[in-house]
Design a protein around this ligand. Structure first.
Ligand SMILES: Cc1cc2nc3c(=O)[nH]c(=O)nc-3n(C[C@H](O)[C@H](O)[C@H](O)COP(=O)(O)OP(=O)(O)OC[C@H]3O[C@@H](n4cnc5c(N)ncnc54)[C@H](O)[C@@H]3O)c2cc1C
Length: 467
């Protein structure tokens, strides 16, 4: 029998598998996807958020623990467990040498990449290169890997893990790490969670999934039904406004539309509905998916003029451009009089200031509702460009409640040999909101804790069994 069974194939699973193996355990990893699609949402990532007290290799200046914590506190509105959050923050400061030993390379932040040169360490080659490096290292260390092995249920003896089932195959192990992601790819569960709105629409039917199609939440649902303690709400998720032309799954990072704070956003009635310049884009991009989800038809349009071009990371597909706003309304299928009225009112409300996209500048509107608080320049320089937006779900926050040992809990009692990491427990730290790069910080910290604990648990059990 294998010591540690790791279920999942993304960053958290790989960190757990590598750590358990380094601790001397025999490890089997079960990944639901085929080899070509291995790595879950982690294959789409670019960076992790790291605490540091002074400049460190690819990171400039300092990003102390307190500032990281305050950032988390702000975005979650207090829906976070301080002890677990600080554990993640501290772990993020010293983890890069370990990552490097397993083949991960880093590079400085790219210009245009959400102002993250100070706070986020970027993976050379992105998340795909990171997961490939970890898989290579896992193979070299003797971790057994199986693809197309979706676990559909767990055999428990009270709070103790006994075996996992893949169809009719029973796979026993001394301990287990659950790292099978959220449930964002389960459209029925999304529908159930989001329900029907006052317009009779099922909003989640319009959601696009930015990452893997394999995060169906099968094990999350199983564990919740089996009485595991939960954390978070099913409708809480990291949701970004993405290009409406993106594919249903795996569109990844390049479908994001990053010009929201440089222009205005209107719904299908050509009405603005939120302050586009409320704060820096990295601190706000993750609320826009939900804002668009609340609009009729779950669609919106980001509209900019020529002054914005070159100031944001260009999307993969060109937008719809026109020389006049009337033509743009026609090309986007928006009601022309309403759009012209909205833009005239906005332009008239823009107060002169010194435009500076790198700080919270004084270009704002006056007497307009909703206001645009920063970077408000009139939309008056052709060509005008519009991008249709739809909600893009990155990952869901409903998960399993855990503690600093990463143990799964049942009625407050910690399992002696079942652990959880990554998106499946990220809601303990991130009850809502998001700050870029923290998903990988959580998965790396808790993946390593879970792997270590699972190895200890298995070794204790093996020693106990031998005695
Ligand atoms: C487009 C995009 C960009 C992102 N960029 C960043 C970023 O730059 N920085 C950051 O910190 N975060 C980012 N995130 C979030 C980040 O991907 C997650 O926080 C992180 O990858 C979670 O890791 P994980 O291992 O828990 O989940 P995943 O990487 O999603 O892995 C889950 C794994 O479980 C497998 N699985 C699912 N069900 C089963 C089953 N029943 N049996 C067996 N295996 C199963 C899946 O196939 C998958 O391999 C991004 C996400 C997306 C979608």
């Amino acid at each position: 029998m294998v010591d540690v069974l790791v279920i999942g194939g993304g960053n958290a699973a790989l960190c757990a598998a590598l750590t358990a193996r380094e601790a001397g355990a025999t490890v089997l990893m079960l990944e639901a996807s085929p080899r070509a699609w291995r790595g879950g949402n982690s294959q789409h990532t670019r960076n992790l958020r790291c605490m540091h007290d002074e400049p460190q290799d690819v990171l400039i200046d300092a990003y102390p623990e307190e500032e990281f914590w305050q950032d988390l506190l702000k975005v979650t509105g207090g829906q976070t467990d301080e002890a677990l959050a600080r554990l993640v923050i501290r772990a993020s400061s010293g983890v890069r040498p370990w990552m490097r030993r397993h083949g991960v390379h880093f590079q400085p932040s790219l210009s245009g990449a959400l102002h993250t040169a100070r706070t986020n360490a970027f993976f050379m080659g992105g998340g795909k290169a990171l997961v490939n490096a970890y898989y290579r290292s896992a193979e070299q260390l003797g971790v057994q890997l199986r693809y197309q092995a979706p676990v559909d249920r767990i055999e428990l003896d009270g709070e103790r893990f006994v075996a996992a089932w893949v169809g009719s195959e029973r796979i026993p192990a001394r301990s287990c790490v659950l790292a099978a992601g959220g449930f964002e790819s389960n459209r029925e569960w999304l529908r159930e969670a989001w329900g029907r709105n006052e317009r009779g629409e099922y909003p989640s039917d319009q959601f696009l999934i930015r990452g893997t199609r394999f995060n169906t939440g099968t094990l999350l649902r199983f564990m919740l039904d089996a009485g595991a303690d939960s954390v978070g709400e099913p409708t809480q998720a990291h949701m970004v406004a993405i290009d409406a032309r993106a594919p249903l799954y795996d569109g990844g990072i390049c479908t994001r539309i990053d010009c929201v704070s440089l222009g205005v956003v209107v719904n299908r009635d050509a009405q603005r509905f939120y302050d586009e310049g409320e704060d820096f884009w990295p601190k706000r991009y993750a609320i826009w998916g939900r804002l668009v989800a609340q609009q009729p038809g779950q669609t919106a349009w980001s509209i900019i003029d020529a002054k914005a071009v070159g100031r944001f990371m260009p999307p993969v597909f060109p937008g719809t451009s026109a020389q006049t706003l009337s033509e743009l309304a026609g090309a986007l299928g928006l009601p022309e009089p309403a759009l012209l009225h909205t833009l005239q009112a906005y332009n008239a409300a823009c107060r002169p200031g010194s435009f500076d996209h790198t700080r919270l500048d004084d270009c704002r509107t006056e007497g307009l509702s909703p206001a645009k608080s920063h970077w408000a320049l009139p939309i008056d320089k052709p060509p005008f460009t519009g991008y249709a937006l739809r909600p893009g779900v990155t990952f869901t926050y409903l998960g399993l409640c855990t503690d600093e040992t990463a143990a799964v809990r049942f009625g407050g009692r910690a399992s002696p040999n079942l652990y959880v990491a990554g998106e499946m427990m990220a809601g303990n730290v991130l009850g809502r909101g998001y700050t870029a790069g923290v998903g990988m910080s959580i998965g790396t910290a808790f993946g390593r804790i879970a792997g270590q604990r699972a190895a200890w648990s298995a070794q204790g059990e093996a020693a106990h069994g031998a005695a």
